[in-house]
Structures are given as structure tokens and as C-alpha cells.
Design a protein around this ligand. Sequence first.
Ligand code: BGC
Length: 381
Amino acid sequence: MKKLPLFSVAIIFAIFITSCNNSTNNQTSTTEKMETKAGVTKAAWGTTDGKEVFLFTLTNAKGVQVKISNYGATITSWVSPDKNNKPSSIVLGFDSLSGYLAKPPYFGAVVGRYGNRIAKGKFKIDKTEYTLATNNGPNALHGGLKGFDKQVWDATPASDSTASVELSYLSKDGEEGYPGNLKVTVRYTLTDDNELKIEYSASTDKATVLNVTNHSYFNLTGDVNNSILDHTLMIDADNYTPVDTTLIPTGEIKSVKGTPFDFTKAKKIGQEIGAVSGGYDHNFVLNKKDSSLSKIVELKDSISGRTLEVFTTQPGVQFYTGNFLDGTIFTSAGKKINQHAAMCLETQHFPDSPNEPKFPTTLLLPGQQFHSETVYKLSVK
Ligand code: BGC
């Protein structure tokens, strides 16, 4: 077949994506022209809590598109071509706000104030004990009953041609039991190298704990009918944090050597998953020694030819194989989302750090400026 020049492929691909969006989301298509900026478009996406919800579309020079909603600072889709130039989304998400209001398990959202678990929903700062809602068995999970994932954030799209949007949220003193007014900002940028850069910053007026991450579920094939157990994964971690039956770390930092947790050399996710009770849902202690932005993960899928590399400044990553997905949630196209239909790579501090003095601290003090960065880089061969 005669090869098309690259820019024609990009244009055809962008037209294809636009027509896909029009067919799946009428609300978006009628409002898409409301406000357009180079690199970012903004569309009305409904209301909740009396606040307006928007859907931002970040488009890069290659025609790749990432959609972000200010409801939960959520990534709703990341559409890119596979090795046959067929576009599909590599993350789980819905075409309309109603999908998210039905409380899916954190699809694409920013979770916080404390992502992951805090044992028994209790922690102390100095001598003061704080109590959180226990929304996951005996423990607190992902910021509580109405965490960052269920809040409407303020949003500012880039005013130049950058494919970028900045979202911010003020979590009030006492919200979900956490101390301090916490101002948190998340900026998403899609680069022309198909990197989705996520920068978090935060400050507080009282000592508090903080662990923010993005909870995207990836399936590089772009089709939930394919399990992620055939993806090949490398995690640059010689150690992980073993957990008790309620998924709280025991406090031990354990070597992965000779265990199913050894992903230091790439292997199929399904290769040893049978030996891990319930599937992978564990925090890996990254080998990187400082808080510089370093590559920590490489995920590959041979069906689509896609590779996802993950870079982060954070000390850990929660590798979760969608164990609790049970076929009760459907995609907007009506496909059943079964167990292992997608997986998460949540860059983070370790679970239950506020109760584990040996883990890197998650304490944020007044006067300190929190900053972290994670980059997901997609390529295709
Ligand atoms: C947790 C899982 C949980 C999932 C959805 C992950 O971060 O580790 O245990 O089921 O989030 O809530």
C-alpha cells in the first residue's frame, strides 16, 4: 500500500476522532464550539452540586486527544492510534457526566486528600488524633466519602497553544476529617511527544497529610474485551510493601526477588498472578533514590503495538490489576468491564504512611509548597 505522508495521517486521524466524539456524545458536539483555544477546547458537560462541569479536549500536533473533566479532575479518554493507525482510548472512561455520578471506582480521577488507605481511618499529627470515614472495610480509602474525585474543580485552560489545563480545588479545614485548608492544583499537559504530564502542587494553613495521585485504568489494546493479563510489565522496584488481609502495609519493606512481585525484568502480568491472593494491589518501593523525575515503569501490549512508559518524582507506585472490577459496570459503548479489563499505575507515597514512621513522610506543614510530577508517555511500533 502506498504510504501517506505523516501530516495527512494526523489530519485523517483528527477528523476520525471528531466524528467518533460526535456520534457518542451529542451534548459535547453541540457545545464544542462554545470556546476554542489552540490546543484546548472547552465544552459544557452538565452540572452537579449546583456547579458547572466542563469537558476539556487537549489536542497535540499529532492529533492525539486527551479529555479531562473538572469533575474529579478526571481523565475521561486518551485516544491515540494503534500500530494499524486505528484510534482507540487506552483508559477507561465515560462519554457523559452521568457515568461518573454513578460512582465508578475512581475511573481516571485525581484521588485525595489521602489516596490509598489509612488504617482504621485514624492518624495522629503531634498529639492530636484525626478520624476519617471508614469507607473500605475497616479502613479509609482515597480521601473518604466525598474525596477529590467527587468534587467540581475550578479550571483554567491554557491561554496559548499549549494543550494544557490547570485545575484547582480548595479542600476546607475539617473536610472528610482532615485538618487544614488545603489548596491543591493539578495541571495536565499533552505534549507533541504523546506524553501526558501531570503536575500537582499544594499548600496548607495547618499541618496535614497529603497523598494525591491519578487513578486512570489502562488497557493498551483500547478494548476492554481484552484482558490486561497479556500486557508485559517492567517496574523498577527491588522491594514492595506487603499487606495484611485488609490491604494495609505490615510495615515491612520486602525484596521482590523470587516472588511473583518481581517485575524488575519485564514479564506478562498474568504469568504469576495466580500466586497472588486476589491479584496485584500492592505498593512498589521504587529504586530511584531521590525525588527527581525518573522512569519507573514500562508497559507493553503486542496486540496494539502500544508502549506506555511512566516517569515520576514519587517514591512508590500502586500496581492494581482491576481485581474488583466484576462485570457490573459497562462502558459507554455497552461493553462489560470484567475483572482485569484494565489496570492502574498510581504513582504515590506509600499507603498508611501517617501511621508508619519508617515510610517517607506525607506530612505537609504550613509554609511548605508541595510539588510532584508524573508523566505517562505513549508510543506505538
Ligand atoms: C486500590 C484498590 C481499590 C481501587 C479502587 C486502588 O487504588 O488499591 O484496592 O479497589 O483503588 O477503589
